[in-house]
Design a protein around this ligand. Structure first.
Ligand SMILES: NC(=O)c1ccc[n+]([C@@H]2O[C@H](COP(=O)([O-])OP(=O)(O)OC[C@H]3O[C@@H](n4cnc5c(N)ncnc54)[C@H](OP(=O)(O)O)[C@@H]3O)[C@@H](O)[C@H]2O)c1
Length: 333
Protein backbone atom coordinates (compact mmCIF):
# COMPACT_ATOMS: atom_id res chain seq x y z
CA UNK A 1 0.00 0.00 0.00
CA UNK A 2 1.32 3.51 -0.81
CA UNK A 3 2.28 5.79 2.10
CA UNK A 4 -0.82 7.93 1.63
CA UNK A 5 -3.81 5.59 1.73
CA UNK A 6 -6.38 5.88 -1.06
CA UNK A 7 -9.78 7.30 -0.21
CA UNK A 8 -12.64 4.88 0.46
CA UNK A 9 -16.15 5.53 -0.79
CA UNK A 10 -19.00 5.70 1.74
CA UNK A 11 -21.59 2.95 2.01
CA UNK A 12 -24.67 2.87 -0.21
CA UNK A 13 -27.53 4.91 1.24
CA UNK A 14 -30.23 2.27 1.27
CA UNK A 15 -28.98 -0.35 3.74
CA UNK A 16 -31.53 -1.42 6.35
CA UNK A 17 -30.59 -3.95 9.02
CA UNK A 18 -33.97 -3.86 10.70
CA UNK A 19 -34.82 -7.23 12.24
CA UNK A 20 -31.19 -8.30 12.55
CA UNK A 21 -29.10 -9.15 15.60
CA UNK A 22 -25.32 -8.59 15.72
CA UNK A 23 -22.42 -9.12 18.10
CA UNK A 24 -19.36 -6.87 17.87
CA UNK A 25 -16.35 -7.93 19.95
CA UNK A 26 -13.89 -5.30 21.15
CA UNK A 27 -16.64 -2.69 20.98
CA UNK A 28 -15.42 -0.57 23.92
CA UNK A 29 -13.31 1.68 21.68
CA UNK A 30 -11.86 2.20 18.23
CA UNK A 31 -13.15 0.34 15.20
CA UNK A 32 -15.52 -1.84 17.28
CA UNK A 33 -17.35 1.18 18.72
CA UNK A 34 -17.64 2.65 15.24
CA UNK A 35 -19.03 -0.60 13.82
CA UNK A 36 -21.75 -0.60 16.50
CA UNK A 37 -22.64 3.02 15.70
CA UNK A 38 -22.81 2.35 11.96
CA UNK A 39 -24.99 -0.74 12.48
CA UNK A 40 -27.39 1.35 14.57
CA UNK A 41 -27.39 4.13 11.96
CA UNK A 42 -28.73 1.45 9.61
CA UNK A 43 -31.57 0.48 11.97
CA UNK A 44 -30.22 -2.81 13.30
CA UNK A 45 -32.69 -4.19 15.85
CA UNK A 46 -30.26 -5.72 18.36
CA UNK A 47 -26.55 -5.20 18.86
CA UNK A 48 -24.38 -6.56 21.64
CA UNK A 49 -21.11 -4.90 22.57
CA UNK A 50 -18.91 -7.80 23.72
CA UNK A 51 -16.23 -6.20 25.89
CA UNK A 52 -13.70 -7.18 28.54
CA UNK A 53 -14.37 -4.07 30.61
CA UNK A 54 -18.13 -3.69 31.13
CA UNK A 55 -17.92 -0.20 32.68
CA UNK A 56 -15.93 1.01 29.68
CA UNK A 57 -18.40 -0.72 27.38
CA UNK A 58 -21.29 1.10 29.05
CA UNK A 59 -19.48 4.41 28.48
CA UNK A 60 -19.03 3.51 24.82
CA UNK A 61 -22.72 2.58 24.58
CA UNK A 62 -23.72 5.93 26.07
CA UNK A 63 -21.47 7.82 23.67
CA UNK A 64 -22.78 5.87 20.67
CA UNK A 65 -26.41 6.50 21.61
CA UNK A 66 -25.62 10.21 22.01
CA UNK A 67 -24.38 10.59 18.43
CA UNK A 68 -26.80 12.62 16.28
CA UNK A 69 -26.30 10.25 13.31
CA UNK A 70 -27.23 7.28 15.50
CA UNK A 71 -30.25 9.06 16.99
CA UNK A 72 -31.38 9.83 13.45
CA UNK A 73 -30.97 6.35 11.97
CA UNK A 74 -31.61 3.96 14.81
CA UNK A 75 -34.70 1.89 15.37
CA UNK A 76 -36.34 3.48 18.43
CA UNK A 77 -36.93 -0.02 19.82
CA UNK A 78 -33.37 -1.20 19.20
CA UNK A 79 -31.74 -3.26 21.95
CA UNK A 80 -28.15 -2.16 22.60
CA UNK A 81 -26.55 -4.28 25.28
CA UNK A 82 -23.08 -4.54 26.82
CA UNK A 83 -21.91 -8.01 27.79
CA UNK A 84 -18.65 -9.27 29.25
CA UNK A 85 -16.19 -11.15 27.05
CA UNK A 86 -12.56 -11.46 28.16
CA UNK A 87 -10.67 -13.07 25.29
CA UNK A 88 -7.74 -14.07 27.51
CA UNK A 89 -10.03 -16.59 29.18
CA UNK A 90 -11.82 -19.44 27.40
CA UNK A 91 -14.25 -19.62 30.36
CA UNK A 92 -15.35 -16.04 29.73
CA UNK A 93 -15.83 -16.75 26.02
CA UNK A 94 -18.02 -19.75 26.90
CA UNK A 95 -20.07 -17.79 29.44
CA UNK A 96 -20.61 -15.02 26.91
CA UNK A 97 -21.77 -17.44 24.21
CA UNK A 98 -24.08 -19.28 26.65
CA UNK A 99 -25.61 -16.08 28.02
CA UNK A 100 -26.03 -14.56 24.57
CA UNK A 101 -27.63 -17.71 23.13
CA UNK A 102 -30.08 -18.00 26.03
CA UNK A 103 -31.07 -14.35 25.95
CA UNK A 104 -31.29 -13.67 22.22
CA UNK A 105 -31.82 -17.01 20.49
CA UNK A 106 -30.80 -15.69 17.05
CA UNK A 107 -27.73 -14.19 15.44
CA UNK A 108 -27.37 -12.68 11.96
CA UNK A 109 -23.91 -11.14 12.19
CA UNK A 110 -20.83 -11.96 14.26
CA UNK A 111 -18.05 -9.37 14.00
CA UNK A 112 -14.80 -10.80 15.38
CA UNK A 113 -13.07 -7.49 15.97
CA UNK A 114 -11.32 -7.54 19.37
CA UNK A 115 -7.57 -7.53 18.97
CA UNK A 116 -4.25 -6.46 20.45
CA UNK A 117 -0.86 -5.46 19.10
CA UNK A 118 1.60 -5.71 21.97
CA UNK A 119 5.35 -6.22 22.15
CA UNK A 120 5.61 -8.15 25.43
CA UNK A 121 5.50 -11.92 25.60
CA UNK A 122 3.04 -13.28 28.11
CA UNK A 123 1.85 -16.85 28.57
CA UNK A 124 -1.73 -17.04 29.82
CA UNK A 125 -3.30 -19.68 32.10
CA UNK A 126 -4.70 -21.23 28.89
CA UNK A 127 -0.98 -22.08 28.27
CA UNK A 128 -0.94 -19.96 25.12
CA UNK A 129 0.91 -16.77 24.24
CA UNK A 130 -1.37 -13.78 24.79
CA UNK A 131 -1.59 -12.29 21.29
CA UNK A 132 -2.31 -15.69 19.76
CA UNK A 133 -4.95 -16.38 22.43
CA UNK A 134 -6.75 -13.03 22.12
CA UNK A 135 -6.51 -12.51 18.37
CA UNK A 136 -6.86 -16.11 17.21
CA UNK A 137 -7.82 -18.92 19.60
CA UNK A 138 -10.60 -17.20 21.55
CA UNK A 139 -12.12 -15.91 18.33
CA UNK A 140 -12.25 -19.45 16.95
CA UNK A 141 -13.90 -20.73 20.13
CA UNK A 142 -16.47 -17.93 20.01
CA UNK A 143 -17.19 -18.65 16.35
CA UNK A 144 -17.71 -22.36 17.04
CA UNK A 145 -19.92 -21.78 20.07
CA UNK A 146 -22.14 -19.42 18.11
CA UNK A 147 -22.09 -21.35 14.84
CA UNK A 148 -25.24 -23.40 15.65
CA UNK A 149 -27.12 -20.15 16.33
CA UNK A 150 -25.86 -18.61 13.08
CA UNK A 151 -26.92 -21.74 11.18
CA UNK A 152 -30.35 -21.91 12.83
CA UNK A 153 -30.99 -18.24 12.14
CA UNK A 154 -30.05 -18.77 8.48
CA UNK A 155 -32.45 -21.71 8.28
CA UNK A 156 -35.29 -19.79 9.90
CA UNK A 157 -34.86 -16.68 7.77
CA UNK A 158 -33.83 -18.42 4.54
CA UNK A 159 -30.93 -15.97 4.27
CA UNK A 160 -27.27 -16.72 5.02
CA UNK A 161 -25.94 -15.24 8.24
CA UNK A 162 -22.44 -13.75 8.53
CA UNK A 163 -19.10 -13.94 10.30
CA UNK A 164 -16.68 -11.10 9.57
CA UNK A 165 -13.15 -10.96 10.96
CA UNK A 166 -11.26 -7.71 11.41
CA UNK A 167 -8.04 -8.87 9.77
CA UNK A 168 -4.93 -7.04 8.75
CA UNK A 169 -2.60 -6.71 5.78
CA UNK A 170 0.11 -7.16 8.42
CA UNK A 171 -0.44 -10.93 8.18
CA UNK A 172 2.13 -10.87 5.38
CA UNK A 173 4.76 -9.64 7.87
CA UNK A 174 4.38 -12.87 9.89
CA UNK A 175 7.70 -14.44 10.85
CA UNK A 176 6.54 -17.57 8.97
CA UNK A 177 6.10 -15.71 5.68
CA UNK A 178 9.26 -13.66 5.94
CA UNK A 179 11.27 -16.72 6.98
CA UNK A 180 12.50 -14.92 10.11
CA UNK A 181 11.36 -17.81 12.31
CA UNK A 182 10.38 -20.71 10.05
CA UNK A 183 8.46 -23.60 11.50
CA UNK A 184 10.88 -26.40 12.48
CA UNK A 185 9.96 -29.70 10.77
CA UNK A 186 9.17 -31.27 14.16
CA UNK A 187 7.25 -28.33 15.65
CA UNK A 188 3.52 -27.81 15.93
CA UNK A 189 2.17 -24.43 14.80
CA UNK A 190 0.64 -23.49 18.17
CA UNK A 191 3.67 -24.86 20.02
CA UNK A 192 5.91 -22.75 17.77
CA UNK A 193 4.06 -19.55 18.63
CA UNK A 194 3.89 -20.40 22.33
CA UNK A 195 7.63 -21.04 22.58
CA UNK A 196 10.12 -18.46 23.79
CA UNK A 197 12.56 -19.34 21.00
CA UNK A 198 10.06 -18.33 18.31
CA UNK A 199 9.08 -15.04 19.89
CA UNK A 200 9.62 -12.09 17.52
CA UNK A 201 7.88 -9.08 19.12
CA UNK A 202 7.48 -6.98 15.98
CA UNK A 203 5.91 -9.74 13.92
CA UNK A 204 3.66 -11.32 16.56
CA UNK A 205 0.65 -9.20 15.58
CA UNK A 206 1.09 -10.28 11.95
CA UNK A 207 1.55 -13.91 13.10
CA UNK A 208 -1.80 -13.81 14.91
CA UNK A 209 -3.60 -12.29 11.93
CA UNK A 210 -2.02 -14.92 9.66
CA UNK A 211 -3.47 -17.70 11.84
CA UNK A 212 -6.95 -16.12 11.63
CA UNK A 213 -6.73 -16.05 7.85
CA UNK A 214 -5.36 -19.60 7.56
CA UNK A 215 -8.22 -20.82 9.75
CA UNK A 216 -10.82 -18.99 7.66
CA UNK A 217 -9.34 -20.31 4.39
CA UNK A 218 -9.36 -23.90 5.72
CA UNK A 219 -12.81 -23.63 7.30
CA UNK A 220 -14.31 -22.43 4.05
CA UNK A 221 -12.91 -25.58 2.39
CA UNK A 222 -15.18 -27.59 4.71
CA UNK A 223 -18.24 -25.41 4.54
CA UNK A 224 -19.74 -23.94 1.40
CA UNK A 225 -21.13 -20.77 2.94
CA UNK A 226 -24.67 -21.74 2.05
CA UNK A 227 -25.81 -20.99 5.60
CA UNK A 228 -23.02 -18.86 7.07
CA UNK A 229 -20.89 -16.55 4.91
CA UNK A 230 -17.48 -15.90 6.43
CA UNK A 231 -15.00 -13.25 5.32
CA UNK A 232 -12.31 -10.89 6.58
CA UNK A 233 -11.19 -7.33 5.93
CA UNK A 234 -8.30 -4.99 6.58
CA UNK A 235 -9.27 -1.33 7.07
CA UNK A 236 -5.73 -0.02 6.47
CA UNK A 237 -4.01 2.08 9.12
CA UNK A 238 -6.71 3.57 11.34
CA UNK A 239 -6.47 6.26 13.98
CA UNK A 240 -7.41 4.28 17.09
CA UNK A 241 -5.90 3.77 20.53
CA UNK A 242 -4.23 0.55 19.44
CA UNK A 243 -0.74 2.07 19.57
CA UNK A 244 -1.32 3.54 23.07
CA UNK A 245 0.15 0.42 24.62
CA UNK A 246 3.48 0.81 22.82
CA UNK A 247 6.52 2.05 24.77
CA UNK A 248 6.98 5.82 24.48
CA UNK A 249 10.04 5.55 22.20
CA UNK A 250 7.87 3.77 19.63
CA UNK A 251 4.58 5.53 20.30
CA UNK A 252 6.00 8.92 19.30
CA UNK A 253 7.16 7.90 15.79
CA UNK A 254 4.11 5.67 15.27
CA UNK A 255 1.80 8.54 16.20
CA UNK A 256 3.67 10.81 13.77
CA UNK A 257 3.10 8.33 10.96
CA UNK A 258 -0.54 7.91 12.04
CA UNK A 259 -1.02 11.69 11.96
CA UNK A 260 0.09 11.68 8.33
CA UNK A 261 -1.56 8.57 6.95
CA UNK A 262 -4.10 6.97 9.30
CA UNK A 263 -7.75 6.82 8.35
CA UNK A 264 -10.49 7.97 10.67
CA UNK A 265 -12.61 5.30 12.35
CA UNK A 266 -15.67 6.17 10.29
CA UNK A 267 -13.79 5.10 7.14
CA UNK A 268 -12.79 1.86 8.90
CA UNK A 269 -16.49 1.39 9.72
CA UNK A 270 -17.40 1.72 6.04
CA UNK A 271 -14.84 -0.95 5.15
CA UNK A 272 -16.13 -3.21 7.95
CA UNK A 273 -19.79 -2.86 7.00
CA UNK A 274 -19.00 -3.26 3.32
CA UNK A 275 -17.52 -6.69 4.11
CA UNK A 276 -20.15 -7.62 6.69
CA UNK A 277 -23.40 -6.52 5.07
CA UNK A 278 -22.87 -5.14 1.56
CA UNK A 279 -20.89 -7.81 -0.32
CA UNK A 280 -22.76 -11.09 -0.71
CA UNK A 281 -22.19 -14.83 -0.72
CA UNK A 282 -19.39 -14.41 -3.29
CA UNK A 283 -17.27 -13.06 -0.44
CA UNK A 284 -17.23 -16.41 1.40
CA UNK A 285 -13.63 -17.20 2.33
CA UNK A 286 -12.29 -13.93 0.93
CA UNK A 287 -9.96 -11.37 2.44
CA UNK A 288 -10.73 -7.76 1.57
CA UNK A 289 -8.15 -4.97 1.69
CA UNK A 290 -10.40 -1.93 2.00
CA UNK A 291 -13.22 -2.87 -0.37
CA UNK A 292 -11.20 -5.03 -2.77
CA UNK A 293 -10.73 -8.80 -2.64
CA UNK A 294 -7.06 -9.68 -2.30
CA UNK A 295 -5.63 -12.94 -3.56
CA UNK A 296 -3.58 -14.78 -0.92
CA UNK A 297 0.18 -14.13 -1.06
CA UNK A 298 2.15 -16.84 -2.95
CA UNK A 299 3.26 -18.35 0.40
CA UNK A 300 -0.30 -19.61 1.02
CA UNK A 301 -0.15 -21.70 -2.15
CA UNK A 302 3.39 -22.98 -1.49
CA UNK A 303 3.99 -26.46 -0.08
CA UNK A 304 4.98 -24.86 3.23
CA UNK A 305 1.90 -22.64 3.32
CA UNK A 306 -0.38 -25.60 2.66
CA UNK A 307 1.43 -27.68 5.29
CA UNK A 308 1.06 -24.94 7.92
CA UNK A 309 -2.62 -24.39 7.07
CA UNK A 310 -3.43 -28.10 7.51
CA UNK A 311 -1.39 -28.42 10.69
CA UNK A 312 -3.03 -25.34 12.19
CA UNK A 313 -6.47 -26.66 11.33
CA UNK A 314 -5.80 -30.06 12.94
CA UNK A 315 -4.24 -28.52 16.04
CA UNK A 316 -7.12 -26.06 16.34
CA UNK A 317 -9.66 -28.91 16.11
CA UNK A 318 -7.84 -30.64 19.00
CA UNK A 319 -7.60 -27.43 21.02
CA UNK A 320 -11.29 -26.59 20.56
CA UNK A 321 -12.35 -30.15 21.39
CA UNK A 322 -11.07 -29.48 24.94
CA UNK A 323 -13.65 -26.71 25.38
CA UNK A 324 -16.63 -27.53 23.17
CA UNK A 325 -18.16 -30.24 21.04
CA UNK A 326 -16.47 -29.79 17.70
CA UNK A 327 -19.00 -30.00 14.84
CA UNK A 328 -18.96 -33.07 12.60
CA UNK A 329 -17.91 -31.06 9.53
CA UNK A 330 -14.80 -29.87 11.34
CA UNK A 331 -12.86 -32.98 10.36
CA UNK A 332 -9.10 -33.18 10.58
CA UNK A 333 -7.28 -33.18 7.24
N1 LIG B 1 -6.03 0.44 14.01
C1 LIG B 1 -5.54 -0.07 12.91
O1 LIG B 1 -4.76 0.56 12.17
C2 LIG B 1 -5.94 -1.47 12.50
C3 LIG B 1 -5.59 -1.91 11.22
C4 LIG B 1 -5.96 -3.20 10.82
C5 LIG B 1 -6.67 -4.01 11.69
N2 LIG B 1 -6.98 -3.56 12.94
C6 LIG B 1 -7.71 -4.46 13.82
O2 LIG B 1 -8.91 -3.82 14.22
C7 LIG B 1 -9.39 -4.42 15.42
C8 LIG B 1 -9.79 -3.32 16.37
O3 LIG B 1 -8.62 -2.57 16.68
P1 LIG B 1 -8.63 -1.00 16.97
O4 LIG B 1 -7.71 -0.39 16.01
O5 LIG B 1 -10.01 -0.53 17.09
O6 LIG B 1 -7.86 -1.02 18.37
P2 LIG B 1 -8.32 -0.59 19.80
O7 LIG B 1 -8.87 0.77 19.77
O8 LIG B 1 -7.16 -0.91 20.68
O9 LIG B 1 -9.53 -1.59 20.12
C9 LIG B 1 -9.30 -2.93 20.44
C10 LIG B 1 -10.53 -3.50 21.10
O10 LIG B 1 -10.24 -4.86 21.46
C11 LIG B 1 -10.54 -5.02 22.84
N3 LIG B 1 -9.72 -6.03 23.50
C12 LIG B 1 -8.38 -6.04 23.67
N4 LIG B 1 -8.02 -7.11 24.39
C13 LIG B 1 -9.14 -7.80 24.66
C14 LIG B 1 -9.42 -8.98 25.40
N5 LIG B 1 -8.46 -9.67 26.02
N6 LIG B 1 -10.69 -9.41 25.48
C15 LIG B 1 -11.69 -8.72 24.89
N7 LIG B 1 -11.51 -7.56 24.21
C16 LIG B 1 -10.24 -7.12 24.10
C17 LIG B 1 -10.25 -3.66 23.46
O11 LIG B 1 -10.85 -3.57 24.73
P3 LIG B 1 -10.36 -2.45 25.81
O12 LIG B 1 -11.06 -1.18 25.43
O13 LIG B 1 -10.82 -3.03 27.11
O14 LIG B 1 -8.88 -2.35 25.69
C18 LIG B 1 -10.87 -2.76 22.40
O15 LIG B 1 -12.25 -2.70 22.54
C19 LIG B 1 -8.26 -5.31 15.93
O16 LIG B 1 -8.54 -6.65 15.61
C20 LIG B 1 -7.07 -4.83 15.12
O17 LIG B 1 -6.11 -5.84 14.96
C21 LIG B 1 -6.64 -2.31 13.37
Amino acid sequence: MPFFQPSVSPLPENISLRGQTAIVTGASQGIGTEIVAQLLERSISTVVLAVRNVAKGEEARKAILGRPSVKKGMDTKAVVKVMKLEAEDYGSVKSFADDFSKEFGELHLLMLNAGIGILERDILPTTHEKTIQVNYLSNVLLLLLLYPLLTNTATTTGTPTRITWTGSRMHTSSSLLTGKKPLAPSSTVLGHFDSKESWVPFTRYGDSKLLCLLFMYEMTNHDDGGKVVQNSFCPGMVNTGMSDVLPIYLRVPVNMVKALRARSVDVAGWVALNTAVVVGGESHGQFYADKEVVEPAPWFRSAEGRRVQKMLWNETVDEMAKYTKVPAWMKKV
